[in-house]
Design a protein around this ligand. Structure first.
Ligand code: IVH
Length: 668
């Protein structure tokens, strides 16, 4: 046999095995560097010998293919839900009920975790993954094979032997807590809406259009159900243990239980032990082990009679309200926040919880010093769900919403038809000014490297920056006056400012913080108007004629340009060289494929120039940055990438892609 083919096959087998060691068993045998070297070697061989290409090769996990929209596929067996309960007694009743239905036969029960993610069905044929389908409506779902292939713990090609020629395995795609926290921290920095819980994040991620981004999010998957005609064993537990041998991640918590006492002990143990798990769980599942007994018990219209879910109660804590503070946002919105006596809730100490708006405060009827219930119920941001009125102190007063801005003391106004109160002192209220600077420099706006939230506040406090235009008057000397600023960080800011002069007009428009003009609206308006001067000259009627613009947005735009300080700011931005009109070619070929991901380009390229790659990144909705940091999503590496950069990227776990992979990512 061909020796190249041999080497390729050997590398694929080895890489698959090491993948499994790392992602499923959590016990790597080789260093990341050795792994990367093997992967590089395989990539090179596959590039030189396209005749040996295999879509299931471990090199294809980076998710370089591009899918647009999802095809749907029917489920071979419908994907049902589980009957559930919050009470141990009801689980005990279920055990007794099934025993009676099985005419008194003893039946072993399997206890397992109920993973809180997104259900997935995988089809394998001849030991190879052929299709991955989401739950969908239970009858049919979306085919998300390319995205699923990026999940490193899912075997693309099975290990060992004994698997049926064709079978289905079901499990849950989850986003581990660590990856979830990282993702949300990232989104917070970029002012993107946060995911409420890992389930939403997992479900959203698996349906993304760009597998390369899915790959960067760190999904994982646990399996709990094997289906098919010729399964190896006549019971659920042994089948799952076999699946584990084939390479699937099957939770160590899966256990055989013999009777009600075992079941109760299992519940009591996992009620607290689950908090140590790396992924979110919302309960336990109990299943009759014998497949013959499962068949006898059958299904109701919605769920199997042979299984039941025990759901954990949402965690709730009682603590004292210390005081309510009022945060002022970039657009002047006032958000009430409950400051609490610290209390432990689901493993974290909670000190603050949002009270959302005046209406919520009213409906809770919350008073000074009240004892309040805080809940996390699968959500990451704790909320106040109630007040223990029996513990209320005599004479305590109801919490009143402030009537004046807590920072600048301007009387608040309430926007008609909205629950929010707003501080109208837009240009004189510090948190609004600082918020606008933070927004302007943010990643999805001007993406000015080196200025984070703290620096924005420091620039304001030092009296250097009040409007975006002031940023362009910064000099290294001035920056060095800020605490914690050295020559390196000053230089980064100067580079970031320079690079921001190339940011296309649509993002500049979004960066200006015109109330109600969000990212998508800004893009549409910028393209339709073509330039800031044309936009400023538009009448209310003309504005209303633009896609996505209603009376509220039109009013807001008119008001913005009517303000002399805004017009002055814009003139100064123009002199600073900021893009205030769409460049020719800005629109053609634009896409959002890269979804705001940030790239560092390094090395020498052969297919296109470095500058071309920079443009392609911008044109496809990505961001160019100069240095590798935690915030970098991808390094686009050419030949001779510097070893220091390579090491930094590897240590931070940043995806390194070559030019071909990049071009595939943007569909070229
Ligand atoms: S068994 C016919 N086992 O919960 C029953 N489901 O509420 C098949 N889930 O759609 C499901 N962990 O997405 C089963 N250990 C587990 C599970 C589990 C999580 C999810 C699954 C299912 C939903 C039912």
């Amino acid at each position: 046999m061909n020796s190249i083919a041999n080497e390729i096959n050997q590398l694929r087998d080895d890489l698959n095995r090491h993948n499994h060691k790392y992602y499923v068993e959590n016990s790597p045998e080789i260093s990341d560097r050795e792994f990367d070297q093997m992967m590089k070697r395989l990539e090179a061989l596959e590039r030189e010998h396209p005749e040996f290409a295999d879509p299931l090769s471990p090199t294809r996990r980076v998710g370089s293919d591009l899918t647009k929209g999802f095809e749907q596929a029917p489920h071979i067996y419908p994907m049902l839900s589980l009957g559930n309960t919050y009470s141990i007694e009801e689980v005990d009743d279920w055990v007794k009920r099934t025993e009676t239905a099985l005419s008194g036969q003893q039946s072993a029960i399997v206890g397992e975790m109920k993973f809180d993610g997104s259900g997935i069905s995988l089809i394998y044929e001849h030991g190879r993954l052929v299709r991955a389908v989401t739950r969908g409506d239970g009858e049919k779902g979306d085919v998300v094979t390319d995205n699923v292939k990026t999940i490193r713990s899912i075997p693309l090609v099975l290990n060992g032997s004994g698997w049926p020629e064709k079978f289905e395995i079901r499990g849950e795609i989850v986003l581990p807590w660590e990856a979830f926290d990282r993702l949300n921290a990232d989104r917070e920095r970029n002012e993107e809406p946060l995911f409420a819980n890992p389930r939403n994040a997992a479900a959203g991620t698996i349906k993304m259009q760009t597998p390369a981004i899915v790959a960067s999010r760190g999904l994982d998957a646990y399996f709990y159900y094997l289906l098919g005609e010729d399964l190896p064993f006549d019971n659920h537990y042994d089948n799952m243990m076999a699946a584990r041998q084939w390479g699937f991640k099957v939770s160590d918590a899966m256990t055989l239980l013999n009777d009600i006492d075992d079941v109760d002990r299992y519940i009591n143990y996992w009620d607290t032990a689950r908090k140590q798990l790396p992924v979110a769980t919302d309960g336990l599942v109990f299943k009759i082990n014998s497949l013959r007994q499962q068949l006898n018990l059958g299904f109701t219209a919605k769920s199997p009679r042979w299984a039941i879910a025990y759901k954990f109660a949402a965690e709730r804590a009682l603590t004292r309200l210390r005081y309510v503070s009022f945060d002022v946002g970039r657009l002047g919105n006032i958000t009430p926040v409950a400051n609490l006596e610290p209390v432990l809730l689901s493993g974290t100490v909670v000190k603050r919880a949002s009270l959302h708006n005046e209406d919520i405060i009213r409906s809770l009827d919350i008073h000074d010093n009240d004892m309040v219930y805080v809940e996390k119920g699968g959500e990451i941001i704790p909320k106040i769900t109630g007040v223990d009125k029996d513990k209320r102190q005599a004479g305590s007063q109801p919490i009143e919403f402030v009537s004046h801005c807590p920072v600048c003391h301007t009387p608040l106004v309430r926007v008609e038809g909205e629950a929010a109160w707003v501080c109208p002192n837009r240009y004189g209220c510090a948190p609004q000014i600082i918020g606008r600077i933070e927004h302007y420099v943010g990643r999805r706006m001007m993406n000015i490297d080196g200025i984070g939230d703290e620096t924005a506040a420091a620039l304001y406090a030092a009296g250097f920056v009040r409007t975006p235009a002031d940023l362009y008057d910064l000099t290294p000397d001035r920056l060095l006056k800020l605490e914690g600023f050295g020559p390196r960080s000053a230089e980064r800011v100067m580079e970031g400012l320079e690079a921001s002069r190339g940011v296309p007009f649509d993002r500049v428009l979004f960066a200006l913080s015109i109330p109600y003009v969000g990212e998508t609206t800004a893009r549409k308006i910028a393209r339709a108007a073509g330039s800031i001067d044309r936009l400023a000259a538009m009448s209310h009627t003309e504005l209303m004629g633009l896609e996505d613009v209603g009376p509220r947005i039109a009013d807001s735009i008119i008001e913005f340009f009517a303000d002399a300080s805004n017009r002055d700011n814009i003139e100064r931005l123009r002199r600073a060289g900021v893009q205030l009109e769409m460049a020719s070619g800005d629109e053609e070929g634009r896409s959002d494929t890269l979804g705001g991901k940030s790239f560092v380009i390094s090395g020498v390229f052969s297919l296109h120039s470095r500058d071309d790659y920079k443009k392609m990144i911008e044109m496809n909705g990505g961001k160019n940055t100069s240095s590798i940091s935690k915030k970098t999503d991808f390094v686009l590496a050419g030949e001779n990438m510097g070893p220091a950069k390579l090491e930094k990227a590897t240590n931070l776990g940043i995806k390194i892609i070559d030019e071909r992979q990049f071009l595939e990512m943007i569909g070229q």
